[in-house]
Ligand binder design. Structure first.
Ligand code: AMP
Length: 281
């Protein structure tokens, strides 16, 4: 695996690879890698692309400064994991490479409705930061395929919209399934900050999603939603939202509508740690 820290160096390397007929598969991450991230790398490899992973903890997408300060960093272990997954290129820029002259001078995008609901409503400015960094990374890497995890469902929709706004319709966005621990908890870099007792109860989020899914033909969503909120609270979570939406556009639904593809989404906080997950119905 080749590691680059400078835009110029990775540009030269990638241009040479593309000139040699390689197609680039890109997996942007914030590090603290786990099997969820590695599944994206493996998919990029299976697709025959040159797998390029970036590790950059983007300051502009953290609406909560404490979350940024406490974001786990494990560079040595990440490098080992990427090598074991067959990653070809790792890009690890510093803030100055991504935002020369400061983030305030770097282009941002307006995601409209998508930025007003769920994560957008609970984390003001978050998707603006995500759009800003992904736009920069796409400018630098210029991939043929971009690999994202369904774990961050709304982010997948935001980034897909970003690629349209950037005129990158040629680039394929590949959304990969959520990797889970054996009890169903969605893998996340934030899980490593959970205490042992918090970790034990954390799978309740997944169980709520399963319950929302299993009751779609028999229940009222309002009732199931209340059950989930009560269950999350009973286990020590503070639910941010338990929501149901049209999976194609994230328009929120008050009740099940089995005529449309649906997605259930949950965000909840335990202690200082905020977890999100979703499930297609
Ligand atoms: P992050 O490092 O959290 O910004 O995530 C980088 C990429 O990995 C994003 O596209 C995430 O959606 C994806 N990802 C994170 N967790 C998982 C998971 N459990 N399964 C699959 N993809 C994931």
């Amino acid at each position: 695996m080749v590691i680059f820290k400078k835009n110029n160096d990775i540009n030269i390397y990638i241009s040479a690879q593309v000139a040699n007929g390689r197609s680039i598969g890109f997996v942007p991450t914030m590090g603290a890698l786990h099997a969820g991230h590695l599944s994206l790398i493996k998919k990029a490899k299976e697709d025959g692309t040159l797998a390029v992973c970036s590790i950059f903890v983007n300051p502009t997408q953290f609406n909560d400064k404490k979350d940024l300060e406490k974001y786990p960093v494990s560079t040595e272990a990440d490098i080992e994991l990427l090598i074991s997954a067959g990653c070809d290129v790792l890009y690890m820029p510093d803030v100055e490479e991504i935002y020369p002259g400061g983030a305030a001078n770097t282009k941002t995008f307006d995601f409209g409705y998508l930025d007003t609901i769920l994560e957008g409503a609970k984390r003001p400015g978050h998707f603006k930061g995500v759009g800003q960094v992904v736009a920069r990374l796409l400018d630098i890497i210029k991939p043929a395929k971009l690999y994202l995890g369904q774990k961050d469902y709304q982010q997948c929709m935001v980034i897909t919209k970003l690629t349209e706004m950037m005129g990158l319709q040629e680039m394929e966005v590949v959304i990969c399934p959520t990797m889970r621990e054996s009890d169903g908890l969605a893998m996340s870099s934030r899980n490593r900050r959970l205490t042992e007792p918090q970790r034990v109860v954390a799978a309740i989020i997944y169980q709520c999603l399963v319950s929302i899914q299993s009751k779609q033909h028999i229940g009222s969503f309002a009732v199931v939603k209340k059950e989930c909120e009560d269950l999350l609270s009973a286990k020590g979570f503070e639910p941010d939202y338990v929501a149901l939406a049209d999976a194609r556009n994230l328009k929120l639904l008050d009740n099940y509508n089995t005529d449309t593809p649906m997605v259930a989404l949950i965000a909840a906080k335990i202690g200082e740690i905020r977890l999100i997950d979703n499930m297609l119905l």
